[in-house]
Design a protein around this ligand. Structure first.
Ligand code: SF4
Length: 151
């Protein structure tokens, strides 16, 4: 485990958010609609997709929010609204690098900077991208695995 993983593991899920890039959704079949706070998955959606599974996993652990964002600025706005102590971010390297800079810049001198654990895409390209789902689930569940209850 990296130092950042260790730090995230000590933050309760209720103080964490999950950021997912909307390019992970299945572009041909996804019925989700983009709104101000990211892609909204309708309850009627029966697609068993990666972003849907990651979103459900985070919410089941008690995450304070999940944003399936169409871009870095939407994700940054979501983080500014939620003020999480911990962030798991799944996105392409370019967005991650830009987003991390911006998120860290949100914290004022008196505020603790959020801990950000990043999971890069394994297949990039803006549409129908891919991530190592097991790696993403492990990041989301840091501190909550096995017999250990979440902090
Ligand atoms: S669960 Fe997946 S396919 Fe369904 S709306 Fe959400 S992202 Fe789209």
């Amino acid at each position: 485990m990296s130092q950042l993983d260790d730090r995230l593991a000590g933050i309760p899920p209720t103080e964490r958010v999950l950021l997912l890039s909307h390019c992970l959704r299945p572009s041909q079949t996804c019925p989700g609609k983009l709104a101000k706070r990211g892609l909204v998955c309708p309850e009627s959606c029966t697609e068993d997709c990666v972003p849907g599974r990651l979103r459900r996993a985070a919410l089941a652990l008690g995450y304070k929010g999940v944003c399936i964002a169409s871009g870095g600025s939407m994700a940054i706005k979501f983080v500014a609204e939620q003020s999480p102590r911990g962030i798991v971010a799944v996105a392409c390297n370019k967005e991650l690098n830009e987003g991390i800079e911006a998120v860290l810049g949100l914290a004022t001198e008196s505020e603790e900077r959020p801990v950000i654990v990043v999971v890069p895409l394994t297949r990039d390209g803006c549409v129908d991208t891919e991530v190592d789902e097991a790696q993403a689930l492990a990041a989301i569940g840091l501190g909550c695995s096995g017999a250990n209850p979440c902090p």
